[in-house]
Design a protein around this ligand. Structure first.
Ligand SMILES: Cc1cc2nc3c(=O)[nH]c(=O)nc-3n(C[C@H](O)[C@H](O)[C@H](O)COP(=O)(O)O)c2cc1C
Length: 187
């Protein structure tokens, strides 16, 4: 049996997938094996997140990394009992930092850019996790105040997304997408 530290090494040896294959093959997973992933993998995912574009390059977000079982359990409760969170290897909580963005961009920075910055960073992290051979789920349904308390967030910092990453314990059906004709408007 391959132990998890070997699995992490195997990820680095895997052939590089094209970007278009990566985004086509990525899918959400809502059941995880209780296994750790290495600090190197976590750091790679975080570094990828910081490569994302951000308004004025301010990176007006903060990322919290949660690996302790009891903390993941509390996050699962805050996410309306989405209990699969507890078994994941790591939860990244992406938070918007409105004050940093407002300093440069005023109300638009406070209301919009910091949310966009954090969202794009989370997207990069999700794709990075998949590129490294791990599965994930983006969790947006949670009680913000409860998450702020669990993470002891500084005032003004707002949790906007949890990226739950781990080793899949299910093979879900691939989701479909609306046809381009329903969403594209070419002028
Ligand atoms: C903003 C946002 C919030 C989401 N919140 C949740 C959530 O709370 N729980 C959940 O199970 N999935 C959540 N998802 C995952 C979506 O349901 C999933 O991405 C979508 O059904 C498409 O499936 P796919 O990721 O497999 O392509 C969320 C996704 C996004 C982008």
């Amino acid at each position: 049996m391959i132990i998890i530290s070997q699995l992490n090494w195997l990820c680095f040896l895997m052939p590089v997938m094209s970007f278009f294959d990566l985004i086509s093959l990525r899918h959400s997973v809502r059941a995880f094996k209780e296994q750790k992933i290495s600090d190197e993998v976590v750091e790679k995912i975080l570094t990828a997140a910081t490569k994302a574009s951000s308004a004025g390059n301010l990176q007006s977000y903060q990322i919290f990394v949660i690996t302790k079982k009891e903390d993941k359990k509390r996050l699962a409760v805050a996410a309306h009992e989405q209990n699969f969170i507890e078994n994941a290897s790591v939860v990244f909580v992406f938070c918007a930092d409105p004050v940093t963005s407002a300093g440069e961009y005023g109300k638009r920075g406070e209301d919009l850019y910091c949310i966009q910055d954090a969202t794009i960073a989370c997207t990069y992290a999700q794709l990075a996790a998949h590129s490294l051979g791990f599965s994930s789920i983006w969790v947006g349904s949670f009680i913000e105040e409860q998450v702020a308390r669990i993470l002891n967030l500084p005032s003004g910092i707002r949790a906007i997304a949890m990226l739950v990453v781990g080793i899949p314990a299910e093979k879900p059906q691939i989701t479909t997408r609306r046809p381009l004709s329903e969403i594209i408007h070419t002028l």
